[in-house]
Ligand binder design. Sequence first.
Ligand code: FDM
Ligand code: MG
Length: 225
Amino acid sequence: MGGQKRGALIVLEGLDRSGKSSQCASLVSFLQQKGLEAEAWRFPDRTTAVGTMLSSYLTSATELDDHAVHLLFSANRWEKRALLEGRLKAGTTLVVDRYAHSGVAFSAAKGLDLEWCKAPETGLPSPDLVLYLNIPAEVAAARGGYGAERYEDIGFQKKVALQFELLRASNWEVVDGRLSFDDVQEIVRKHAVSAINKCQGGRDLLSHCIQLWDVTSRLHKDIVY
Ligand code: FDM
Ligand code: MG
């Protein structure tokens, strides 16, 4: 079991306009400057055939049943799984802008059953670290720049935030997204470097796979509402 050095799977999550994309880009440059192998990834990956369908749904060019679109978002991750695992095993750290947590939070916010939403994601590689950029929906909206895409609506983003809360697990670090860009980046770097060091110490990828939601559901029982 394990023992082999590998790259870390680091995911940034949060509402729209929480700063994920710029923080991801800055983190990848920092890691590369340190001489580490690192790549920026993002979901949805709009470059694939499935991604094209998602993109046209998000721009409201097409309509799709909520369940169907949920499965497409998940399929968009599964179609990249082999490549993703290959990169990690080859020692490359992946910094991913959104992952299965966005998949579940956005669909559950529409009213789909949370457990149903989790099911198709189960078995995907579990992140070593989820950095959640925490920002109230009002603050995100005030940053401006909500485009015309589906979901870019303050009322809906509030519902998404509630769902993200339910997904918090032990591999999450919640970062205050209202801090300055540099302050957020400093925290992000610190946690990322620590996750990378653990993986270089031979943290096993496969045994980790099954934990995407296991960690979560265990925590769920401890949450007092
Ligand atoms: N989104 C993203 C989902 O609804 N499910 C998913 O699985 C993922 C990865 O797509 F509003 C939503 C979140 C966001 C929209 O994402 C487009 P970007 O990061 O803004 O491109
Ligand atoms: Mg967006």
